[in-house]
Write a protein that binds this ligand. Structure first.
Ligand code: ATP
Ligand code: MG
Length: 392
């Protein structure tokens, strides 16, 4: 049976009030593929206002697009009124959205046949564009004329290739040709939309084939910073997560972290991660890691650096267990693990708090890390009183 109890309740309540309502989109596709559906989308003939009268607890997600968030049993469920999209003058956003009463019209505006399937509460599949056949044949095919559909919204071209990656499907000929012809129009898209699709593309099982398709269709020339050394980039695939994909793009393309971060509006956290990977990749190309490197670097960073070292250089990469062993051999993993605090130093010296505490802690941290002293209060006190204080 499809859907969560909450999402089934929502469809049931709409049906009860006389409104046609069905499950649509990626969740139906994934269900028919025997995969766990993620976010469940519901489409209905009811207008947003009608949806709001059926449910007590709703949030508007942009009534102009017809999406209302229904909170059912504590769970948010997206309910979207059947719609078509008017004309597209800029390759990316419909100029107007029109609500329609026919499900078929709603399915017609969707990108690929495998994404234009609907499912009723009773489990009946509505499939006007032979999406089920394409699912069985592992084919990504645009609904209707591919060139028209890609002229309406250029993002669909990148989505086509990300579905190749995620589902391990193939691009149907006309769909592929249309991408080759219209690829330049992705330049009009917002970086945020491209980034979201790339995150998914990188995580897909067939990412290596998807990256090849990016170059075969020449889409690679029109998205920011796609490495010209495509062979290197492809060699890095598959990726364990999206960050590994972004790091591979950076290293294969020989970019700085900030260049990639700026071009794709990465979050501060993502930018920081890329910066670290770049730093330790450069270090590792010139020498082995030191104790300080192991102490400062994240395990996840070193893991990716070693993978890239193995793929892109002639150096022998360290495996995960070797990295873990070196990290486990460290006496401490952070200064919070030191056996002393600032208060101890004040007690031992009778001095007032000040900058000296931070400096002394850093010196103790280094001494403990490099095993010049044990991480024990007495040992630290002795070292601090006899060696550190006098040297200062
Ligand atoms: P995922 O499993 O990654 O969420 P999805 O197919 O559900 O994949 P969404 O971006 O969540 O992708 O979109 C939900 C549905 O909306 C799609 O299945 C498709 O029917 C439709 N859709 C999304 N983006 C577009 C687009 N740019 N053009 C046409 N239809 C789209
Ligand atoms: Mg989805």
């Amino acid at each position: 049976m499809f859907g969560t109890t909450q999402s089934r309740n929502v469809v049931h309540r709409l049906n009860e009030k006389g409104y046609e309502a069905v499950f649509v989109g990626g969740a139906v596709r994934d269900f028919l593929l025997g995969k766990e559906p993620k976010d469940i989308d519901i489409a209905t003939a009811a207008t947003p206002d009608q949806v709001k009268t059926v449910f007590k607890n709703t949030i508007d997600l942009g009534t102009e697009h017809g999406t209302v968030l229904v909170i059912e049993g504590g769970e948010p469920i997206e309910v979207t009124t059947y719609r078509t999209e008017g004309t597209y003058s800029d390759h990316r956003r419909p100029d107007e959205v029109q609500f329609v009463t026919s499900l078929k019209e709603d399915l017609m505006r969707r990108d690929f046949t495998i994404n234009s399937l609907a499912l009723t509460l009773e489990g009946h599949v509505i499939d006007p564009f032979e999406g089920k056949k394409d699912l069985a044949e592992k084919t990504i095919r645009a609904v209707g004329y591919a060139s028209e559909r890609f002229s309406e919204d250029a993002l669909r071209m990148i989505r086509a290739i990300r579905f190749v990656s995620v589902l391990d499907f193939n691009l149907e000929c006309m769909t592929k040709d249309a991408i080759t012809k219209l690829g330049n129009t992705v330049e009009t898209l917002s970086t945020e939309r491209i980034k979201k699709e790339f995150d998914k593309l990188f995580k897909g099982i067939a990412s290596s084939r998807a990256l090849k398709l990016m170059t075969e269709t020449n889409l690679s020339s029109f998205v920011p910073l796609f490495p010209s050394d495509i062979e290197s980039f492809i060699k890095c695939a598959p990726f364990q997560n999206e960050l590994e994909g972004w790091c591979s793009l950076m290293i294969a393309g020989n970019y700085d972290a900030s260049t990639v971060a700026k071009a794709y509006k990465l979050s501060n956290k993502e930018r920081g991660f890329l910066q670290d990977v770049k730093l330790y990749y450069e270090i590792r190309k010139s020498r082995s890691y030191t104790i300080d490197d192991y102490y400062k670097a994240d395990f996840a960073v070193l893991k990716i650096v070693e993978k890239l070292i193995g793929v892109l250089t002639d150096l022998e990469p360290l495996d995960e267990s070797a990295i873990s062993l070196s990290i486990e051999a460290l006496p401490i993993l952070s200064k919070h693990e030191l056996a002393i605090r600032g208060e101890h130093l004040m007690k031992w010296t009778d001095k007032k708090p000040g900058r000296w505490i931070g400096e002394a802690i850093t010196a103790i941290e280094q001494a403990v890390l490099h095993k010049r002293i044990l991480n024990e209060q007495n040992a630290i006190k002795e070292w601090f009183s006899n060696e550190y204080k006098h040297k200062k």
